[in-house]
Ligand binder design. Structure first.
Ligand code: PBG
Ligand code: ZN
Length: 331
């Protein structure tokens, strides 16, 4: 019988030792909290498919912003749900639209870093992320509208606009528009490697943005013609590298947990800040399993978020941000 010569258990003998020798620790400064703001509601209401998350009323955002600041979470990502939709999604670039007003509120009441989601799917009747023609989603006609939307967010006071539509050239179109409108100091966080994922289900229900079936264009019942195919790592790297060339300040991988390899590889190849989005489906899986009593909510969030940071993300967009900030205070 021979005994092991390497005894790694010495490094695990106590929590203090484990803390000393282990590499990655979450901090509350690692998080951005996504905020759903819904036009025309009087007060907040819980989102049916996302326990613990709410549709917020515009006038309540000041309070929520203060809550985020008190918790130590540095930033929010504003997601709008307009009252009216139309084919061109014009509420997205209405200077007085729901996101534009929300940004002003949050900026008035806090010093949070404000990111805004720039896309058309919440604003179009068909639910697609761009302009729909007989040929499908028209990339270049969409760019103009995304640029307009981004400039309107910048005018409202956003620090970073975050294009999430996966249109080719969207970062450059937005960078040019921001620069020529005098917003050279407003940054772009690009949803660079955004995969066509089943994990966006609860979000689409929350913001009523699921793509509708289009007569004559059966393949448009999903977003597979613009969001990335999850089988490809190389395309994800091309998307990220193009976005950096086009002027992205921060790049993102989304979802997070099924794509830790993508985060890892992006970290290895690129020197720009890297964000990861733990999306609605990832959040809900943990929430519902914990409500069933089969996993521990706090430990599951700490474990998954740590793994995302360990893979190489500089920060994480997560619906659990406020809870995690509290948990980190407790330890
Ligand atoms: C809009 C957008 C989506 C998400 C963020 N911005 C949905 C989609 O692409 O259908 C998903 C976020 C989540 O699931 O938490 N394009
Ligand atoms: Zn979209």
């Amino acid at each position: 019988m021979s005994f092991p010569s390497a005894r790694l258990r010495r490094l695990r003998k106590s929590e203090k030792i484990r803390e000393l020798v282990n590499g990655v620790a979450l901090s509350k400064h690692d998080f951005v909290y996504p905020v759903f703001v819904k036009e025309g509601i009087a007060r907040k209401s819980e989102i049916h498919g996302m326990p613990g998350q709410h549709h917020h009323a515009l006038h309540e955002l000041g309070k929520l912003a203060e809550e985020c600041e008190a918790a130590g979470v540095p930033g929010v990502l504003i997601l709008g749900i307009p009252k009216r939709k139309n084919v061109l999604g014009s509420e997205a670039y209405n200077e007085n639209g729901i996101v534009q007003r929300a940004v002003k509120q949050v900026k008035e009441k806090s010093e949070l870093v404000v990111f805004t989601d720039v896309c058309l799917c919440q604003y179009t009747t068909h639910g697609h992320c761009g302009v729909l023609t007989k040929q499908g989603v028209d990339n270049d006609r969409t760019l103009r509208l995304l640029a307009k939307t981004a400039v309107s967010h910048a005018r409202a006071g956003a620090d970073f606009v975050a294009p999430s539509g996966m249109m080719d050239g969207q970062v450059k179109a937005i960078r040019d528009a921001l620069d020529s409108s005098g917003f050279g100091d407003v940054g772009i966080m690009s949803y660079s490697a955004k995969f066509a994922s089943s994990f966006y289900g609860p979000f689409r229900e929350a913001v009523e943005s699921a793509p509708k079936r289009v007569r004559g264009l059966p393949y448009l019942s999903d977003r597979n013609t613009y969001q990335m195919d999850f089988r490809s790592l190389e395309q994800a790297m091309r998307e990220i590298s193009l976005d950096i060339e086009e002027g992205a300040d921060v790049v993102m991988v989304k979802p997070a947990l099924p794509y830790l390899d993508v985060i890892r590889e992006a970290r290895r190849r690129f020197d720009v800040p890297l964000a990861a989005y733990q999306v609605s489906g990832e959040y809900v899986m943990i929430k519902l399993a914990s409500q069933r009593g089969v996993i521990d909510e706090k430990r599951a969030f700490m474990e998954t978020l740590t793994s995302i940071k360990r893979a190489g993300a500089n920060f994480i967009i997560t619906y659990a941000a406020l809870d995690v900030a509290k948990w980190l205070d407790e330890t």
